[in-house]
Design a protein around this ligand. Structure first.
Ligand code: NAG
Length: 388
């Protein structure tokens, strides 16, 4: 009983423990240190004393001892991240045992992190749909990347591909967790650019550093920020006054740079005389203006109409339509006797005026020119006075 107690005391006092620091991921057989030398054993007696490593509770046997040299070697590749996760300190503990007499030494190996892991984002692609009306300063959260390594070998910085609209905003919260956001620096304009693709890179602090990337795809959603624009400010057309019903007068057309309903243009007359409204019809969806009544140049030769183009959400603009009717010779000269002295005294002197006949043609230009003549063989002649 006494002897055993004595031995136990010896084991813990007479011999020291030994500890090493060694990088992870070293290949099998790599030498961590020489236990025999460090603990002061005779290398030649290791075999006879059946020196061995007892891996205590470790799942794997990571280290071995070379009985010929006394060296502690790597038996199985040591992955710090597998054993210790993100713990800052990672120590493998085991016992070095010998018999005759029984001896036991604690051995600890501090596993050094090497930069064997790259930052990884949980996805390769992150998508956002952002309305172009989003204001400057809007923020869009991004998930941080993860790097299994620790300390300097963990993620040290993020960088965002240079672009016109977004910047990266990084803030650490109380737990030291990074909050990463896309910050809208300059408003989007879907009509200029309907999508933006950016690469976000996370870089660790290893030597050399490793990095991981994620693509950020921003679809710019339309806001109804564009009014329809007519292809012409003024549509000027000429139409014969005898144009039949349903004749196409002109097609007005406005385009709207917005999408979908925001860009669907409908047309209507926004200023039109009552008279013109009876003569012309505007197709709301096609912008076609057609004749729906009997035109008459002599009635009104020119129509000025305003047409409005309106998009689905009420933004509008207008254009002027000028319809000039072209005269057609559709009127016969009208002859009206304005005054007449009758009967005529038989002694009337030649040159005596005794009647005024008004001749008019409602048509214009050549169509309105009239020539008047009087039947031959009567003792009268016409004297023409042009009244303009
Ligand atoms: C407007 O034009 C469209 C396309 O040509 C046609 O389907 C529709 O019937 C027209 N509307 C009217 C009221 O004429």
């Amino acid at each position: 009983m006494f002897g055993l107690l004595f031995f136990v005391l010896m084991a813990h006092t007479a011999y020291g423990d030994v500890s090493y620091s060694f990088p992870e991921e070293m290949k099998r057989g790599s030498v961590i240190g020489n236990i025999a030398k460090d603990l002061g054993f005779d290398v030649n007696r290791l075999s006879s004393r059946t020196a061995r490593i007892d891996a205590e509770g470790n799942r794997k046997r990571y280290c071995d001892i070379n009985l010929n040299t006394g060296e502690l070697t790597v038996a199985e590749i040591i992955d710090r991240e597998e054993i210790c996760g993100d713990r800052l300190s990672c120590v493998l503990r085991f016992e070095f045992m010998l018999e005759d007499p029984l001896e036991l030494h604690h051995v600890s190996v501090q596993i050094q992190d090497i930069n064997d892991n790259s930052p990884v984002f949980s996805k390769n692609l992150v998508t956002f749909e952002i309305r172009e009306s989003a204001v400057r300063g809007s923020r869009y959260r991004l998930n941080a990347a993860h790097d299994a390594d620790i300390g300097q070998n963990a993620i040290q910085r993020y960088s965002l591909q240079k672009n016109d609209n977004f910047q990266l905003s990084i803030n650490s919260n109380v737990d030291g967790e990074k909050k990463i956001e896309l910050l809208l620096e300059k408003e989007l304009d879907r009509e200029q650019q309907n999508e933006v693709t950016l690469i976000l890179t996370a870089v660790d602090g290893g030597t050399p550093p490793r990095s991981g990337t994620v693509a950020i795809h921003v679809t710019v959603l339309d806001a109804n920020d564009n009014a329809p624009v007519f292809s012409q400010a003024v549509y000027k057309v000429s139409l014969p006054e005898n144009a039949p019903l349903d004749t196409l007068v002109v097609t007005v057309s406005a385009t709207d740079a917005d999408e979908g309903q925001n860009g669907e243009v409908t047309y209507e007359f926004s200023r039109i005389s009552e008279r013109a409204r009876k003569l012309f019809y505007l197709n709301k969806s096609t912008g076609e203006i057609r004749v729906t009544g009997a035109l008459d140049f002599e009635d009104e030769a020119i129509y000025e109409i305003l047409v409005e183009g309106k998009d689905g959400f009420g933004l509008s603009s207008d254009a002027k339509v000028v319809i000039e009717l072209a005269d057609v010779n559709d009127n016969a000269p009208g002859i009206r006797v304005k005054s007449l002295r009758s009967p005529v005294p038989e002694n009337a002197l030649p040159g005596t005026e005794f009647g005024i006949i008004n001749v008019q043609d409602r048509d214009s230009e050549n169509n309105g020119q009239v020539r008047c003549s009087i039947q031959q063989n009567v003792p009268f002649k016409l004297q023409v006075r042009q009244i303009l």
